[in-house]
Design a protein around this ligand. Structure first.
Ligand code: PLP
Length: 387
């Protein structure tokens, strides 16, 4: 019996993650300097871990409301209002999820009818097209380019829109390029969304990791609050990837629809992580700022390093990735990453894993120690000289 034929067509149509395949090879090797994974190299600050332990001592071990602990939703709404001036009702406009990953999946399943199209600027986080497809929609790639520092333009969106377009999926600061969108350019995207009556899903998980200029929250733009599903979480800024905690903020209809799915499929996010997330929002800013300062130091080191060794590279403004061009080597991004791994044992991610417009680049995470980053640069330089 060929069981693979019984797998749903939507699942079969999704290509396997380029990152996963690559890191299966890395896992078998020794002495690799890996700048592949997009994960903080810090442990969650102690006061946050301690609050979880205290929560357990106080007996926080049961299911919470489907929406999440009200105390956490209140803290989330307060934080977003303080930072960006946009207000949400914690009771009806906030949902605590199992990471931004679950929130993305819920958002897509809540809004898409079969065949609806979602505009997905690329290069982008690998899960975006997959979530759209799994929800029955069609992800429509919108290529951004290094010439405009990977910022999205209305002209690019106009070329991709059709009568079936239902939404735009934004992810800024961007994984994998480190691009950010300045407020004036987001205002143009907002006008486009309004003109075409589109929903905007804005994944702002790297918002706190903005090194130049200020992050603009999409739902804070005039007229955008009610057509935006704002996603954020704790994984990156608070070094809490393993806790699996994120959230969505949106109008009550969107939140009710997302919660309708979540209550049957997930019930609630882990209570221990919810307790810790309250502490992160109440007292975590100082630790977060020092981690961000350290990422910024590493960002500069990597920009200078790539310039020195001769790989042209757009200066990232946010997140913790740098995306140098390898076009001049004449290799594809996969060839470059495979050869580099084989010859110098440095693991980077081929840019085409993030969509066709990522071809010609490699993604390098600087959420790694300065010693690792310096060693990687030395090895990449050797690799380039040895060709
Ligand atoms: N969104 C982006 C842009 C990401 O890079 C990631 C993880 O790498 C996620 C969402 C997933 O975040 P979470 O750990 O909150 O599920």
């Amino acid at each position: 019996m060929n069981w693979s034929e019984r797998i749903s067509p939507a699942v079969r149509s999704i290509p396997p993650s380029g990152i996963r395949r690559f890191f299966d090879i890395v896992a078998e090797m020794k002495d690799v300097v890996s700048l592949g994974v997009g994960e903080p190299d810090f442990v969650t600050p102690w006061h946050i871990r301690e609050s979880c332990v205290e929560g357990l001592q106080r007996g926080y071990t049961a299911y919470t409301s489907n929406y999440g602990l009200l105390e956490l939703r209140q803290e989330i709404a307060k934080t977003i209002c303080r930072k960006y001036g946009v207000t949400y009702d914690p009771k009806h406009e906030a949902l605590v999820t199992v990471g931004v990953s679950e929130a993305l999946d819920l958002a897509m399943r809540a809004i898409l009818a079969p065949g609806d199209e979602v505009l997905v600027p690329q290069p982008c986080y690998v899960s975006y097209p997959a979530c759209v497809t799994l929800a029955g929609g069609h992800p429509i790639p919108v290529a951004t380019t290094v010439e405009t520092e990977f910022r999205l333009t209305v002209e690019q969106l106009e070329q991709a829109i059709t009568p079936r377009t239902k939404a735009i999926l934004l992810g800024y600061p961007n994984n994998p390029t480190g691009a950010i969108m300045p407020r004036d350019e987001l205002l143009k995207i907002a006008a486009f969304a309004e003109d075409h009556d589109l929903i905007v899903i804005s994944d702002e998980i790297y918002a706190d990791l903005t090194y130049e200029g200020e992050h603009t929250c999409f739902s804070s733009l005039p007229g955008m609050r009610d057509r935006t599903i704002l996603l954020n979480g704790f994984s990156k800024a608070y070094a809490m990837t393993g806790w699996r905690i994120g959230y969505a903020l949106a109008n009550p209809d969107f939140i009710a629809a997302m919660t309708k799915i979540h209550q049957f499929t997930m019930l609630c996010a882990p209570v221990t992580a919810q307790v810790a997330a309250i502490e992160a929002l109440r007292h975590g800013e100082c630790h977060m700022n020092s981690m961000v300062a350290e990422y910024n130091r590493r960002r500069r080191l990597m920009v200078e390093g790539f310039q020195r060794i001769g790989l042209p590279c757009f200066e990232p403004k946010g997140a913790f990735y740098i995306f140098p061009s390898i076009r001049e080597t004449g290799m594809t991004s996969l060839e470059f990453a495979e050869e580099l791994l084989k010859k110098q044992k440095v693991a980077l991610v081929p840019g085409d894993a993030f969509g066709a417009s990522g071809e010609g680049f490699v993604r390098c995470s600087y959420a790694s120690s300065v010693a690792n980053l310096s060693e990687a640069l030395t090895r990449i330089e050797k690799f380039l000289k040895g060709r």
